[in-house]
Design a binder for this molecule. Structure first.
Ligand code: FES
Length: 149
């Protein structure tokens, strides 16, 4: 009986993810880098036009992103995009991370259906804002204590 239910669940999953690449499904179902970083060196939170929010935290040493984490209340595709953008950011210099675009996220995911492509934009934009946040406080990190969050 359980195996019959498992089969039905599997079929429903397949239907729900029809049109998505294996990479997208993997990152949506097993997202990397979920969570936050305490005393992060760069933080950003953006709510996209769809109403979903993404937040990214960066741990930076000598202008290299050592750690990148994310959270979102969005759809499976936004989870996959947050997972991928944080994977792309890790190990990059701040300069390189600043240049990560929606297209880079889409390429790394193997593409997304047109109606889901804004999820990759939300992820890329949030990363860029987190990098900007790092740069804004880089030389005066004590000012973070006065930041409203
Ligand atoms: Fe809003 Fe995916 S539908 S980020």
């Amino acid at each position: 009986m359980a195996s019959e239910l498992d089969k039905i669940a599997e079929e429903l999953q397949k239907e729900a993810w029809a049109g998505y690449t294996e990479v997208v499904i993997d990152h949506a179902q097993n997202p990397r880098n979920v969570g936050s970083i305490q005393n992060a060196d760069g933080v950003a939170m953006i709510t996209g036009p769809c109403g979903d929010t993404m937040e990214i935290w960066l741990g930076v040493r000598e202008d290299v992103i050592k750690e990148a984490r994310f959270w979102t209340d969005g759809c499976g595709t936004s989870i996959a995009s947050g997972s991928m953008v944080t994977e792309l950011a890790k190990g990059k210099t701040i300069r390189e991370a600043m240049r990560i675009t929606q297209k880079d996220v889409l390429d790394a995911l193997g593409g997304l259906p047109e109606e889901s492509q804004h999820c990759a934009l939300l992820a890329a934009d949030t990363l860029r804002e987190a990098v900007k946040d790092y740069l804004a406080y880089k030389n005066e990190s004590w000012k973070r204590a006065y930041q409203k969050r």
